[in-house]
Design a protein around this ligand. Sequence first.
Ligand SMILES: NC(=O)c1ccc[n+]([C@@H]2O[C@H](COP(=O)([O-])OP(=O)(O)OC[C@H]3O[C@@H](n4cnc5c(N)ncnc54)[C@H](O)[C@@H]3O)[C@@H](O)[C@H]2O)c1
Ligand SMILES: O=c1ccn([C@@H]2O[C@H](COP(=O)(O)OP(=O)(O)O[C@H]3O[C@H](CO)[C@@H](O)[C@H](O)[C@H]3O)[C@@H](O)[C@H]2O)c(=O)[nH]1
Length: 439
Amino acid sequence: MNLTIIGTGYVGLVTGACFAERGNRVTCVDNDPAKLDVLRAGGVPIYEPGLDHMVARNVDSGLLQFTDDVAAAVDGAQVVMIAVGTPPGEDGSADLTAVLAVARAIGAALTGYAVIVTKSTVPVGTADQVREAVQGALTRDVPFDVVSNPEFLKEGAAVEDFMRPDRVVVGTDSERARDVMSELYEPFSHVREKLIFMGIRESEMTKYAANAMLATKISFMNEIANLCERLGADVEAVRRGIGSDSRIGYSFIYPGIGYGGSCFPKDVKALVRTAKSVDFDAHVLNAVEARNELQKQRLVERIVEHFGDDLSGKTFGVWGLSFKPGTDDMREAPALVIIQGLTALGATVYAYDPVAMGEAKRDLQPLMDAGSVTLAEHQYAAAKGVDALILATEWNIFRQPDFDALKRLMAAPVIFDGRNQYNPERLRRRGFHYVGIGR
Ligand SMILES: NC(=O)c1ccc[n+]([C@@H]2O[C@H](COP(=O)([O-])OP(=O)(O)OC[C@H]3O[C@@H](n4cnc5c(N)ncnc54)[C@H](O)[C@@H]3O)[C@@H](O)[C@H]2O)c1
Ligand SMILES: O=c1ccn([C@@H]2O[C@H](COP(=O)(O)OP(=O)(O)O[C@H]3O[C@H](CO)[C@@H](O)[C@H](O)[C@H]3O)[C@@H](O)[C@H]2O)c(=O)[nH]1
Protein backbone atom coordinates (compact mmCIF):
# COMPACT_ATOMS: atom_id res chain seq x y z
CA MET A 1 0.00 0.00 0.00
CA ASN A 2 0.99 3.65 -0.33
CA LEU A 3 1.18 5.29 3.06
CA THR A 4 1.96 8.79 4.20
CA ILE A 5 2.87 9.52 7.78
CA ILE A 6 2.98 13.11 8.96
CA GLY A 7 5.20 13.75 11.97
CA THR A 8 8.47 11.83 12.11
CA GLY A 9 9.07 11.61 15.85
CA TYR A 10 9.13 8.56 18.11
CA VAL A 11 5.76 7.36 16.84
CA GLY A 12 5.82 8.52 13.21
CA LEU A 13 9.30 7.26 12.41
CA VAL A 14 8.80 3.88 14.07
CA THR A 15 5.42 3.49 12.37
CA GLY A 16 6.85 4.47 8.99
CA ALA A 17 9.85 2.15 9.27
CA CYS A 18 7.75 -0.80 10.47
CA PHE A 19 5.15 -0.46 7.70
CA ALA A 20 7.95 -0.15 5.12
CA GLU A 21 9.51 -3.27 6.62
CA ARG A 22 6.32 -5.11 5.63
CA GLY A 23 6.61 -3.98 2.01
CA ASN A 24 4.51 -0.81 1.98
CA ARG A 25 5.70 2.31 0.21
CA VAL A 26 5.93 4.90 2.96
CA THR A 27 6.53 8.62 2.77
CA CYS A 28 7.29 10.31 6.08
CA VAL A 29 6.65 14.05 6.31
CA ASP A 30 8.09 16.46 8.85
CA ASN A 31 8.39 20.22 9.06
CA ASP A 32 11.66 20.17 11.03
CA PRO A 33 14.45 20.71 8.48
CA ALA A 34 17.16 19.54 10.92
CA LYS A 35 15.36 16.22 11.42
CA LEU A 36 14.89 15.78 7.69
CA ASP A 37 18.58 16.45 7.06
CA VAL A 38 19.57 13.65 9.45
CA LEU A 39 17.00 11.23 8.00
CA ARG A 40 17.87 11.93 4.39
CA ALA A 41 21.55 11.40 5.22
CA GLY A 42 20.65 7.88 6.40
CA GLY A 43 20.69 8.72 10.12
CA VAL A 44 18.04 8.52 12.81
CA PRO A 45 17.55 11.60 15.03
CA ILE A 46 16.43 9.63 18.10
CA TYR A 47 17.85 6.71 20.06
CA GLU A 48 15.55 3.71 19.74
CA PRO A 49 16.99 0.18 19.73
CA GLY A 50 16.81 -1.48 16.29
CA LEU A 51 15.37 1.57 14.56
CA ASP A 52 18.50 2.79 12.78
CA HIS A 53 19.05 -0.46 10.90
CA MET A 54 15.40 -0.76 9.95
CA VAL A 55 15.30 2.81 8.64
CA ALA A 56 18.55 2.40 6.70
CA ARG A 57 17.40 -0.90 5.16
CA ASN A 58 14.12 0.55 3.94
CA VAL A 59 15.62 3.81 2.72
CA ASP A 60 18.11 1.74 0.70
CA SER A 61 15.33 -0.36 -0.81
CA GLY A 62 13.41 2.79 -1.73
CA LEU A 63 10.36 1.86 0.34
CA LEU A 64 10.89 4.63 2.89
CA GLN A 65 11.39 8.27 2.02
CA PHE A 66 11.28 11.63 3.74
CA THR A 67 9.95 15.01 2.68
CA ASP A 68 8.55 18.30 3.95
CA ASP A 69 6.04 18.46 1.12
CA VAL A 70 2.62 17.40 2.48
CA ALA A 71 0.82 17.88 -0.84
CA ALA A 72 3.19 15.64 -2.81
CA ALA A 73 3.17 13.02 -0.06
CA VAL A 74 -0.62 12.89 0.27
CA ASP A 75 -1.29 12.69 -3.47
CA GLY A 76 -1.92 9.02 -4.25
CA ALA A 77 -1.70 7.75 -0.65
CA GLN A 78 -4.34 5.23 0.43
CA VAL A 79 -3.69 5.87 4.09
CA VAL A 80 -2.51 9.14 5.62
CA MET A 81 -1.50 8.98 9.28
CA ILE A 82 -1.24 11.97 11.58
CA ALA A 83 1.55 11.36 14.12
CA VAL A 84 2.46 14.88 15.24
CA GLY A 85 2.78 15.89 18.89
CA THR A 86 -0.16 16.71 21.16
CA PRO A 87 1.64 18.46 24.03
CA PRO A 88 -0.16 19.74 27.09
CA GLY A 89 -1.61 23.21 26.73
CA GLU A 90 -1.45 25.65 29.63
CA ASP A 91 -4.58 24.21 31.23
CA GLY A 92 -3.36 20.62 30.78
CA SER A 93 -5.62 19.84 27.83
CA ALA A 94 -4.05 18.27 24.73
CA ASP A 95 -2.93 20.98 22.32
CA LEU A 96 -4.38 20.03 18.95
CA THR A 97 -2.81 22.88 16.97
CA ALA A 98 -0.44 20.63 15.01
CA VAL A 99 -3.03 17.87 14.46
CA LEU A 100 -5.58 20.29 13.02
CA ALA A 101 -2.98 22.17 10.93
CA VAL A 102 -1.94 18.85 9.42
CA ALA A 103 -5.60 17.89 8.86
CA ARG A 104 -6.12 21.10 6.89
CA ALA A 105 -2.97 20.47 4.85
CA ILE A 106 -4.18 16.94 4.07
CA GLY A 107 -7.59 18.24 3.01
CA ALA A 108 -6.02 20.76 0.66
CA ALA A 109 -3.89 18.02 -0.92
CA LEU A 110 -6.42 15.15 -1.26
CA THR A 111 -6.95 14.02 -4.85
CA GLY A 112 -8.67 10.67 -4.26
CA TYR A 113 -10.22 8.52 -1.52
CA ALA A 114 -7.92 8.13 1.48
CA VAL A 115 -8.26 6.90 5.03
CA ILE A 116 -7.01 9.62 7.35
CA VAL A 117 -5.78 8.10 10.60
CA THR A 118 -5.11 9.85 13.89
CA LYS A 119 -2.16 7.99 15.43
CA SER A 120 -1.39 10.85 17.77
CA THR A 121 -2.98 10.61 21.21
CA VAL A 122 -6.04 12.84 20.97
CA PRO A 123 -9.04 13.49 23.25
CA VAL A 124 -12.45 11.99 22.63
CA GLY A 125 -14.18 13.91 19.88
CA THR A 126 -11.02 14.94 18.02
CA ALA A 127 -11.87 12.80 14.97
CA ASP A 128 -14.91 15.04 14.44
CA GLN A 129 -12.65 18.09 14.47
CA VAL A 130 -10.19 16.42 12.10
CA ARG A 131 -13.05 15.52 9.73
CA GLU A 132 -14.28 19.13 9.75
CA ALA A 133 -10.76 20.48 9.17
CA VAL A 134 -10.16 18.15 6.23
CA GLN A 135 -13.62 18.81 4.77
CA GLY A 136 -13.15 22.58 5.08
CA ALA A 137 -9.84 22.47 3.20
CA LEU A 138 -10.88 20.20 0.30
CA THR A 139 -10.28 21.76 -3.09
CA ARG A 140 -12.38 19.14 -4.92
CA ASP A 141 -15.14 16.73 -4.05
CA VAL A 142 -13.18 13.78 -2.71
CA PRO A 143 -14.49 11.10 -0.37
CA PHE A 144 -12.43 10.30 2.74
CA ASP A 145 -12.78 8.62 6.12
CA VAL A 146 -11.27 9.57 9.45
CA VAL A 147 -10.15 6.67 11.62
CA SER A 148 -8.68 6.53 15.12
CA ASN A 149 -5.76 4.13 15.48
CA PRO A 150 -3.94 5.06 18.70
CA GLU A 151 -0.39 3.89 19.23
CA PHE A 152 0.61 1.90 22.32
CA LEU A 153 4.38 1.51 21.78
CA LYS A 154 6.81 2.15 24.63
CA GLU A 155 10.00 4.06 24.05
CA GLY A 156 13.07 1.87 24.34
CA ALA A 157 11.06 -1.07 22.97
CA ALA A 158 9.19 0.78 20.24
CA VAL A 159 10.11 -1.39 17.26
CA GLU A 160 9.36 -4.62 19.10
CA ASP A 161 6.08 -3.21 20.46
CA PHE A 162 5.02 -2.07 17.00
CA MET A 163 5.91 -5.35 15.30
CA ARG A 164 4.40 -7.50 18.07
CA PRO A 165 1.68 -5.43 19.70
CA ASP A 166 -0.63 -6.68 22.44
CA ARG A 167 -3.45 -5.28 20.33
CA VAL A 168 -4.19 -2.84 17.53
CA VAL A 169 -7.19 -0.65 18.22
CA VAL A 170 -9.06 0.86 15.29
CA GLY A 171 -12.00 3.18 15.74
CA THR A 172 -14.12 3.63 12.66
CA ASP A 173 -17.72 3.98 11.53
CA SER A 174 -16.96 3.12 7.88
CA GLU A 175 -16.87 -0.34 6.29
CA ARG A 176 -14.59 0.95 3.54
CA ALA A 177 -12.06 2.29 6.04
CA ARG A 178 -12.31 -0.92 8.10
CA ASP A 179 -11.32 -2.94 5.01
CA VAL A 180 -8.33 -0.69 4.32
CA MET A 181 -7.14 -0.89 7.94
CA SER A 182 -7.57 -4.70 7.99
CA GLU A 183 -5.48 -4.97 4.84
CA LEU A 184 -2.85 -2.61 6.25
CA TYR A 185 -2.35 -4.75 9.37
CA GLU A 186 -2.76 -8.07 7.49
CA PRO A 187 1.00 -8.71 7.01
CA PHE A 188 1.53 -8.56 10.76
CA SER A 189 0.40 -12.18 11.05
CA HIS A 190 0.30 -12.32 14.80
CA VAL A 191 -1.70 -9.06 14.82
CA ARG A 192 -4.62 -10.45 12.86
CA GLU A 193 -6.41 -11.85 15.89
CA LYS A 194 -5.44 -8.78 17.86
CA LEU A 195 -7.17 -6.20 15.69
CA ILE A 196 -9.94 -4.67 17.77
CA PHE A 197 -12.46 -2.59 15.86
CA MET A 198 -14.70 -0.22 17.78
CA GLY A 199 -16.34 3.17 17.55
CA ILE A 200 -14.13 6.23 17.10
CA ARG A 201 -14.86 7.81 20.48
CA GLU A 202 -14.25 4.49 22.22
CA SER A 203 -10.91 4.12 20.43
CA GLU A 204 -9.83 7.64 21.41
CA MET A 205 -10.84 6.90 25.01
CA THR A 206 -9.08 3.52 25.04
CA LYS A 207 -5.70 5.19 24.59
CA TYR A 208 -6.19 7.55 27.55
CA ALA A 209 -7.73 4.84 29.71
CA ALA A 210 -4.76 2.52 29.06
CA ASN A 211 -2.18 5.15 29.97
CA ALA A 212 -4.19 6.32 32.97
CA MET A 213 -4.53 2.73 34.22
CA LEU A 214 -0.78 2.13 33.96
CA ALA A 215 -0.01 5.47 35.63
CA THR A 216 -2.48 4.53 38.38
CA LYS A 217 -0.65 1.25 39.03
CA ILE A 218 2.62 3.16 39.41
CA SER A 219 1.23 5.87 41.67
CA PHE A 220 -0.58 3.26 43.76
CA MET A 221 2.66 1.36 44.22
CA ASN A 222 4.60 4.52 45.04
CA GLU A 223 2.01 5.25 47.71
CA ILE A 224 2.38 1.76 49.16
CA ALA A 225 6.18 2.21 49.06
CA ASN A 226 6.00 5.43 51.06
CA LEU A 227 3.76 3.73 53.58
CA CYS A 228 6.17 0.77 53.80
CA GLU A 229 9.00 3.19 54.55
CA ARG A 230 7.17 4.55 57.58
CA LEU A 231 6.08 1.12 58.78
CA GLY A 232 9.51 -0.49 58.52
CA ALA A 233 8.50 -2.88 55.71
CA ASP A 234 10.40 -3.52 52.48
CA VAL A 235 8.18 -2.72 49.50
CA GLU A 236 10.20 -5.04 47.25
CA ALA A 237 8.93 -8.06 49.16
CA VAL A 238 5.44 -6.61 49.04
CA ARG A 239 5.75 -6.06 45.27
CA ARG A 240 6.67 -9.70 44.72
CA GLY A 241 3.92 -10.74 47.08
CA ILE A 242 1.16 -8.92 45.23
CA GLY A 243 2.58 -9.35 41.70
CA SER A 244 2.28 -13.11 42.06
CA ASP A 245 -1.50 -12.70 42.13
CA SER A 246 -2.35 -13.12 38.45
CA ARG A 247 -5.18 -10.62 38.83
CA ILE A 248 -2.58 -7.98 39.75
CA GLY A 249 0.49 -9.10 37.77
CA TYR A 250 4.09 -7.97 38.01
CA SER A 251 4.15 -5.27 35.37
CA PHE A 252 3.99 -1.58 36.14
CA ILE A 253 4.12 -2.02 39.90
CA TYR A 254 7.76 -1.02 40.28
CA PRO A 255 8.02 1.83 42.78
CA GLY A 256 10.48 4.56 41.92
CA ILE A 257 10.98 8.28 41.52
CA GLY A 258 7.68 8.87 39.72
CA TYR A 259 6.63 8.28 36.15
CA GLY A 260 8.01 10.58 33.46
CA GLY A 261 8.17 10.65 29.69
CA SER A 262 6.12 12.34 27.04
CA CYS A 263 2.96 10.31 27.64
CA PHE A 264 1.81 9.45 31.18
CA PRO A 265 2.20 12.96 32.68
CA LYS A 266 0.55 14.70 29.74
CA ASP A 267 -2.16 12.10 29.12
CA VAL A 268 -3.29 11.89 32.75
CA LYS A 269 -3.47 15.71 32.82
CA ALA A 270 -5.40 15.76 29.53
CA LEU A 271 -7.91 13.18 30.77
CA VAL A 272 -8.45 15.19 33.96
CA ARG A 273 -9.08 18.20 31.74
CA THR A 274 -11.49 16.28 29.50
CA ALA A 275 -13.37 15.19 32.63
CA LYS A 276 -13.58 18.83 33.80
CA SER A 277 -14.98 19.85 30.42
CA VAL A 278 -18.01 17.63 31.08
CA ASP A 279 -18.31 18.72 34.74
CA PHE A 280 -16.86 15.49 36.04
CA ASP A 281 -14.39 15.46 38.90
CA ALA A 282 -11.88 12.69 38.20
CA HIS A 283 -10.91 11.94 41.82
CA VAL A 284 -8.72 8.91 41.09
CA LEU A 285 -6.84 10.60 38.24
CA ASN A 286 -6.25 13.72 40.33
CA ALA A 287 -4.75 11.57 43.06
CA VAL A 288 -2.57 9.67 40.55
CA GLU A 289 -1.08 12.92 39.33
CA ALA A 290 -0.68 14.40 42.82
CA ARG A 291 1.14 11.28 44.08
CA ASN A 292 3.45 11.40 41.06
CA GLU A 293 4.40 15.03 41.68
CA LEU A 294 5.21 14.20 45.31
CA GLN A 295 7.11 11.07 44.31
CA LYS A 296 9.52 12.99 42.10
CA GLN A 297 10.62 14.86 45.28
CA ARG A 298 10.83 11.79 47.50
CA LEU A 299 14.50 10.98 46.95
CA VAL A 300 15.51 14.61 47.55
CA GLU A 301 13.54 14.49 50.81
CA ARG A 302 15.45 11.37 51.85
CA ILE A 303 18.74 13.02 50.93
CA VAL A 304 17.79 15.99 53.09
CA GLU A 305 16.88 13.62 55.94
CA HIS A 306 20.44 12.28 55.69
CA PHE A 307 22.47 15.44 55.02
CA GLY A 308 20.26 18.28 56.27
CA ASP A 309 18.72 20.94 54.06
CA ASP A 310 21.88 22.92 53.39
CA LEU A 311 23.70 20.96 50.71
CA SER A 312 26.30 23.60 49.88
CA GLY A 313 29.72 21.99 49.63
CA LYS A 314 28.12 18.58 49.03
CA THR A 315 28.54 16.77 45.72
CA PHE A 316 26.31 14.06 44.27
CA GLY A 317 26.78 11.63 41.42
CA VAL A 318 23.67 10.91 39.36
CA TRP A 319 23.51 7.76 37.27
CA GLY A 320 20.90 7.95 34.51
CA LEU A 321 19.12 11.00 33.10
CA SER A 322 16.55 9.79 30.53
CA PHE A 323 13.04 9.16 31.87
CA LYS A 324 13.57 5.40 31.47
CA PRO A 325 16.29 3.11 30.11
CA GLY A 326 16.56 2.45 26.38
CA THR A 327 15.81 5.99 25.25
CA ASP A 328 17.45 9.40 24.97
CA ASP A 329 14.10 11.08 25.67
CA MET A 330 14.37 13.61 28.48
CA ARG A 331 10.75 14.77 28.42
CA GLU A 332 9.48 14.97 32.03
CA ALA A 333 12.49 12.96 33.23
CA PRO A 334 12.34 12.63 37.04
CA ALA A 335 16.17 12.87 37.14
CA LEU A 336 15.82 16.54 36.19
CA VAL A 337 13.54 17.21 39.16
CA ILE A 338 16.07 15.55 41.47
CA ILE A 339 19.00 17.50 40.03
CA GLN A 340 17.07 20.77 40.24
CA GLY A 341 16.06 19.95 43.83
CA LEU A 342 19.63 19.22 44.91
CA THR A 343 21.24 22.20 43.20
CA ALA A 344 18.55 24.53 44.62
CA LEU A 345 19.80 23.45 48.07
CA GLY A 346 23.38 24.31 47.11
CA ALA A 347 24.68 20.92 45.95
CA THR A 348 26.98 20.21 43.02
CA VAL A 349 26.06 17.34 40.71
CA TYR A 350 28.09 15.07 38.41
CA ALA A 351 25.77 13.23 36.05
CA TYR A 352 26.19 10.44 33.55
CA ASP A 353 23.83 8.74 31.10
CA PRO A 354 24.91 6.29 28.40
CA VAL A 355 22.79 7.89 25.64
CA ALA A 356 20.82 10.91 26.85
CA MET A 357 23.65 13.36 27.64
CA GLY A 358 23.15 15.29 24.38
CA GLU A 359 19.43 15.70 25.05
CA ALA A 360 20.02 16.39 28.74
CA LYS A 361 22.34 19.28 27.93
CA ARG A 362 19.40 21.27 26.63
CA ASP A 363 17.66 21.09 30.00
CA LEU A 364 20.75 21.29 32.16
CA GLN A 365 22.69 24.00 30.32
CA PRO A 366 21.79 26.85 32.74
CA LEU A 367 22.92 24.71 35.71
CA MET A 368 26.03 23.68 33.80
CA ASP A 369 26.81 27.32 33.05
CA ALA A 370 26.39 28.12 36.73
CA GLY A 371 28.88 25.36 37.59
CA SER A 372 26.31 23.35 39.59
CA VAL A 373 26.12 20.44 37.14
CA THR A 374 28.86 18.68 35.20
CA LEU A 375 28.25 15.90 32.70
CA ALA A 376 30.78 13.16 33.45
CA GLU A 377 32.77 11.18 30.87
CA HIS A 378 31.69 7.83 32.21
CA GLN A 379 29.74 6.32 35.08
CA TYR A 380 32.67 6.07 37.49
CA ALA A 381 33.79 9.63 36.75
CA ALA A 382 30.35 10.72 37.98
CA ALA A 383 31.05 8.97 41.30
CA LYS A 384 34.51 10.38 41.92
CA GLY A 385 34.75 12.24 45.24
CA VAL A 386 30.97 12.46 45.71
CA ASP A 387 29.21 12.45 49.05
CA ALA A 388 26.52 10.15 47.67
CA LEU A 389 25.55 8.37 44.47
CA ILE A 390 21.97 8.49 43.15
CA LEU A 391 20.58 5.90 40.76
CA ALA A 392 17.92 7.73 38.73
CA THR A 393 17.53 5.51 35.63
CA GLU A 394 18.02 1.74 35.71
CA TRP A 395 20.17 1.32 32.59
CA ASN A 396 21.72 -2.17 32.40
CA ILE A 397 25.26 -0.82 32.83
CA PHE A 398 24.33 0.47 36.30
CA ARG A 399 22.88 -2.83 37.50
CA GLN A 400 26.03 -4.63 38.58
CA PRO A 401 28.68 -1.96 39.16
CA ASP A 402 32.05 -2.60 40.81
CA PHE A 403 31.02 -1.59 44.33
CA ASP A 404 34.55 -1.91 45.71
CA ALA A 405 35.83 0.52 43.07
CA LEU A 406 32.91 2.81 43.85
CA LYS A 407 33.70 2.76 47.54
CA ARG A 408 37.30 3.76 46.84
CA LEU A 409 36.21 6.53 44.47
CA MET A 410 33.45 8.12 46.52
CA ALA A 411 34.12 10.55 49.38
CA ALA A 412 31.55 8.59 51.40
CA PRO A 413 29.90 5.23 50.57
CA VAL A 414 26.27 6.40 50.39
CA ILE A 415 23.79 5.22 47.75
CA PHE A 416 20.30 6.55 47.08
CA ASP A 417 18.68 3.96 44.84
CA GLY A 418 15.72 5.57 43.07
CA ARG A 419 14.84 2.34 41.26
CA ASN A 420 15.39 -0.31 43.95
CA GLN A 421 17.99 -2.04 41.81
CA TYR A 422 20.46 -3.00 44.50
CA ASN A 423 20.39 -5.48 47.34
CA PRO A 424 20.32 -3.37 50.53
CA GLU A 425 21.71 -6.10 52.80
CA ARG A 426 24.64 -6.86 50.50
CA LEU A 427 25.50 -3.18 50.18
CA ARG A 428 25.28 -2.65 53.91
CA ARG A 429 27.60 -5.61 54.47
CA ARG A 430 30.05 -3.92 52.11
CA GLY A 431 29.93 -0.81 54.24
CA PHE A 432 27.54 1.32 52.20
CA HIS A 433 24.79 3.43 53.64
CA TYR A 434 21.85 2.41 51.44
CA VAL A 435 18.53 4.21 50.91
CA GLY A 436 15.97 2.90 48.43
CA ILE A 437 12.33 3.65 47.70
CA GLY A 438 9.96 2.15 50.26
CA ARG A 439 12.64 0.15 52.02
N1 LIG B 1 6.49 8.84 22.27
C1 LIG B 1 5.75 7.77 22.51
O1 LIG B 1 6.23 6.79 23.08
C2 LIG B 1 4.30 7.73 22.09
C3 LIG B 1 3.65 6.50 22.10
C4 LIG B 1 2.30 6.45 21.72
C5 LIG B 1 1.64 7.61 21.35
N2 LIG B 1 2.31 8.79 21.34
C6 LIG B 1 1.60 9.98 20.86
O2 LIG B 1 1.98 10.16 19.48
C7 LIG B 1 2.08 11.56 19.18
C8 LIG B 1 3.48 11.88 18.70
O3 LIG B 1 4.38 11.64 19.76
P1 LIG B 1 5.96 11.62 19.53
O4 LIG B 1 6.57 11.25 20.83
O5 LIG B 1 6.27 10.84 18.32
O6 LIG B 1 6.22 13.17 19.25
P2 LIG B 1 7.56 13.85 18.70
O7 LIG B 1 7.57 15.21 19.27
O8 LIG B 1 8.72 12.95 18.91
O9 LIG B 1 7.33 13.93 17.13
C9 LIG B 1 6.40 14.77 16.51
C10 LIG B 1 6.95 15.15 15.15
O10 LIG B 1 5.96 15.89 14.44
C11 LIG B 1 6.62 16.93 13.72
N3 LIG B 1 5.62 17.97 13.41
C12 LIG B 1 5.00 18.83 14.25
N4 LIG B 1 4.14 19.62 13.55
C13 LIG B 1 4.21 19.24 12.26
C14 LIG B 1 3.58 19.67 11.08
N5 LIG B 1 2.67 20.65 11.09
N6 LIG B 1 3.90 19.06 9.91
C15 LIG B 1 4.82 18.06 9.89
N7 LIG B 1 5.45 17.61 10.99
C16 LIG B 1 5.16 18.19 12.16
C17 LIG B 1 7.72 17.39 14.66
O11 LIG B 1 8.74 18.06 13.96
C18 LIG B 1 8.19 16.04 15.23
O12 LIG B 1 9.22 15.48 14.45
C19 LIG B 1 1.65 12.28 20.46
O13 LIG B 1 0.27 12.53 20.41
C20 LIG B 1 1.94 11.27 21.55
O14 LIG B 1 1.14 11.45 22.68
C21 LIG B 1 3.63 8.88 21.69
O1 LIG C 1 6.53 -0.21 37.10
C1 LIG C 1 6.85 0.87 36.58
C2 LIG C 1 6.80 1.07 35.17
C3 LIG C 1 7.16 2.32 34.65
N1 LIG C 1 7.56 3.31 35.48
C4 LIG C 1 7.88 4.64 34.91
O2 LIG C 1 6.82 5.06 34.07
C5 LIG C 1 7.30 5.89 33.01
C6 LIG C 1 6.77 5.42 31.66
O3 LIG C 1 7.36 4.18 31.34
P1 LIG C 1 6.89 3.31 30.07
O4 LIG C 1 5.43 3.16 30.11
O5 LIG C 1 7.70 2.09 30.05
O6 LIG C 1 7.36 4.22 28.85
P2 LIG C 1 6.58 5.14 27.77
O7 LIG C 1 7.44 5.13 26.56
O8 LIG C 1 6.22 6.44 28.39
O9 LIG C 1 5.25 4.34 27.38
C7 LIG C 1 3.95 4.67 27.89
O10 LIG C 1 3.39 5.74 27.16
C8 LIG C 1 3.27 5.50 25.74
C9 LIG C 1 2.77 6.79 25.11
O11 LIG C 1 1.39 6.95 25.21
C10 LIG C 1 2.33 4.32 25.52
O12 LIG C 1 2.17 4.09 24.13
C11 LIG C 1 2.88 3.09 26.24
O13 LIG C 1 1.97 2.00 26.08
C12 LIG C 1 3.06 3.43 27.71
O14 LIG C 1 3.65 2.32 28.40
C13 LIG C 1 8.83 5.85 33.13
O15 LIG C 1 9.26 7.03 33.78
C14 LIG C 1 9.11 4.64 34.01
O16 LIG C 1 10.29 4.74 34.75
C15 LIG C 1 7.62 3.12 36.85
O17 LIG C 1 7.97 4.04 37.61
N2 LIG C 1 7.26 1.90 37.36
